[in-house]
Design a protein around this ligand. Sequence first.
Ligand code: AMP
Length: 279
Amino acid sequence: MLVRDISEMKSIVKDLKRKGKTIGFVPTMGYLHEGHVSLIRSSRKDNDITVVSIFVNPLQFGENEDLDRYPRDLKRDQGICEKEGVDYLFYPSYKDMYPEGFSTYVTVEGITDKLCGAFRPGHFRGVTTVVMKLFNIVKPDRAYFGLKDYQQFKVIQKMVRDLNMDVQVIGCPIVREKDGLAMSSRNKYLSDKEREAAVNISRSLFEAKRLFESGVTDAERLKERIIEIIMSSPEVREIQYVELVDPENLESKEKAEKGDIIAIAVFIGNTRLIDNIQL
Ligand code: AMP
């Protein structure tokens, strides 16, 4: 069922709570793919009711980013949600989410300065603010986030812990195309040539993990190999960052240990793609 109105969503949730139903929540920006579907399936497994939201949140886009061209297709997304047995598709308007005079924000400090946060000022403030709002509307027992956006997952987890919120934040594995490319709504932007180049992102991460498993722990050596693989294609405009980080605080490390994360952001043409792997 499609719900556009915030107050209608709240009254549905109130009714569900009264009936003792558990609510699983999957926040998205739409243009759904198998990655989103895997979160929906986890939620359906763990909860009585599953709510998916679609909201392209302007607050988390920078001035020169892709807010205006972000892919949108509500009809298609509705079809996927119906097929997957989603109970409510929450689709609020910009005007209702950010009415005139809106001026309250949620900021998680520290881990938002690193990785993507260093290159997208204000991005995580936009994410935490909208997720807090959505949580207050949907009041989920569990919320599902993809580990593809690893930093986002850790930031939300920290917000929930720091602010004593009653929601369990669950991280779900990265879903990839057959050739390894992490699924993303933004993959739609890629030309055929760029799509070919994009596969080197995941390939380089798998190779780094293989090197680590064969005994290489030096971050510089791992990063060099990753850069070499990704830059082998002329479609790649820039590697924004490649970092070996601690999985909890996201601090950069010089020596790799099991469980560490290697995270990457790459511009292929004008398209910014991110990916990561856990060692
Ligand atoms: P988005 O619509 O891109 O904002 O993503 C909504 C949710 O889906 C976020 O929690 C993402 O981390 C998750 N997600 C996106 N792509 C993938 C993927 N390839 N595998 C798993 N989760 C994903």
